[in-house]
Design a protein around this ligand. Structure first.
Ligand SMILES: C[S@@+](CC[C@H](N)C(=O)[O-])C[C@H]1O[C@@H](n2cnc3c(N)ncnc32)[C@H](O)[C@@H]1O
Length: 379
């Protein structure tokens, strides 16, 4: 079973997404344009660009799905216009600059799937001056949410499965973001704009953001909900907001607070957030206060505190640590040095097996290992 194929089926069956990109690409791509489809998947955005009259599309895709994209491109008669390039966009060069860059690398809270880094790199290296990007702008929204079912995922660790004490996990769980699907009933106030990122400009590597919401109803605050709105063209926006009339079929993000907190209508919730997009690190501080009393509750969380890091791996961060290669590292070094532009694959496999037979036990296992290293580093 291919989970990758099913993932792409879901992208293509999301009618809100499909129709937003159809309209936006039709508006932005002009006949004769050159286009980059960054993270092409099945090639959908590149096909739309061809339909809009693109002269040439460079479709970059890191995964094996690129082969399927090639077939789909042929089935639609665009094989003369789409050039497929396998690899990660940041490691690839194009023969020319393009008029339009297209991508849908947008996570539940906008930044998590790499849009800012990959788009930033592609804009610098591949986009013509005055070229266009789809999306052109990304907005992040937050709202205070009441959702006991998500809060229960944190509190789960205070229970005692099979009678054992699992409480050491509770603090990790409270410093973790959770995928969620919010509807209007979850919201305790109108969503506030946390950030508006113009993708035609460089985004800073660290985002320091703040927003404040006055609650529109009383209830229990369990955490902060987050989602995005992406401007695809002048007239087309797509969003996974619970307020959107035609929302994307894409989940939201839930960031818990340490203690469920009672709120009255008109109370204020301030959210301060620091995001390191490329590290996927989010720090969120939440302040809650009412106008007519001195109450002020504060919460502070960070995904850094939610990371599972073994003490073995932690030592790698110490400057005085002296690393040395493991047996697997030695085997990998062998493969890389044997890829000298002279030896055949079969010669490399035999030699790697010969040098490291204790590690592999059979030639077949050595062959599989060589294949993995080669797929990653050779050409
Ligand atoms: C969300 S899917 C979108 C696929 C397609 N563009 C669409 O709209 O249906 C993202 C795809 O981009 C690929 N990808 C993500 N980052 C990439 C990068 N930096 N370089 C190349 N491929 C990338 C993933 O392997 C995945 O197939």
């Amino acid at each position: 079973m291919s989970l990758v194929l099913d993932e792409h089926r879901q992208y293509l069956s999301d009618q809100a997404r499909v129709s937003a990109f159809c309209q936006a690409v039709g508006e932005v791509v002009k006949p004769g344009d050159t286009v980059l489809d960054l993270g092409a998947g099945t090639g959908f955005l590149g096909l739309l660009a061809c339909r809009a009259g693109a002269r040439r599309v460079y479709a970059i895709e890191a995964g094996e799905v690129i082969e399927l994209a090639r077939e789909i491109c042929g089935a639609n008669g665009f094989q003369d216009r789409i050039v497929f390039i396998k690899g990660t966009s940041t490691r690839i060069d194009l023969p020319e600059r393009v008029d339009v860059i297209l991508a849908d690398q947008i996570g539940p809270f906008g930044f998590e799937a790499g849009l800012l880094e990959y788009f930033g790199d592609a804009r610098e290296r591949f986009l013509k001056p005055h070229g266009s990007m789809i999306p052109s702008c990304l907005e992040l929204y937050v709202a205070p949410v009441e959702c006991p079912e998500l809060s229960d995922q944190v509190e789960f660790w205070n229970d005692s499965p099979a009678g054992f004490d699992f409480r050491p996990a509770r603090s990790l769980a409270a410093n973790t973001g959770y995928p969620a699907r919010f509807d209007l009933d979850h919201l305790l106030g109108r969503p506030a704009l946390l950030a508006s990122l113009d993708l035609s400009m460089a985004t800073p590597p660290a985002l320091h953001l703040e927003a404040c919401v006055a609650t529109t109803r009383g209830g229990t605050l369990h955490g902060i909900g987050g989602w995005f709105s992406a401007q695809l063209s002048k007239s087309i926006c797509m969003s996974n907001s619970p307020l959107a009339t035609n929302p994307l079929d894409r989940r939201n993000l839930f960031l818990p607070i340490d203690r469920p907190t009672a709120l009255r209508r008109g109370d204020h919730v301030r959210v301060m957030m620091h995001i390191l997009p490329s590290e996927l690190v989010v720090t969120w501080k939440v302040e809650v206060w009412g106008d007519d009393d001195n109450r002020c509750e504060r919460f502070s969380h960070s995904t850094v505190q939610g990371m599972l890091i073994s003490r073995e791996n932690l030592q790698w961060t110490q400057p005085h640590f002296i690393p040395k290669l493991s047996l697997w590292g030695e085997a990998q070094r062998s493969v890389l040095t044997l890829c000298d532009g002279q030896r055949t694959l079969s010669e490399i496999e035999q030699e790697v097996y010969h040098r490291h037979h204790g590690l592999f036990g059979s030639l077949g296992k050595a062959e599989a290992f060589v294949a993995k290293v080669i797929a990653r580093y050779a050409m």
